[in-house]
Write a protein that binds this ligand. Structure first.
Ligand SMILES: [Zn+2]
Length: 75
């Protein structure tokens, strides 16, 4: 289970369509569109300040907990 930082959804591993590496960390995305947006401005999605980074990590850590939700990026 991954956290897509662009559409802010949890993605089952098998539904990961794209990945990007930024600052030695790999981010997974539900689609190439999300990947492209991330590549254009990674800081916008992983957080410019500590609070945003905290929220991001929180969501990441809760990936298992929210695993039942169907990921839907473009509905
Ligand atoms: Zn997405």
């Amino acid at each position: 289970m991954y956290f897509d930082p662009v559409c802010k959804k949890m993605i089952p591993n098998e539904q990961t369509k794209a990945t990007s590496t930024y600052k030695n960390k790999t981010y997974s995305f539900c689609c190439e569109e999300c990947q492209n947006k991330f590549n254009q401005d990674p800081e916008k999605y992983i957080g410019r300040n500590w609070w945003q980074r905290f929220l991001y990590r929180l969501a990441e850590n809760n990936a298992e907990e929210f695993g039942e939700q169907k990921p839907s990026c473009h509905d």
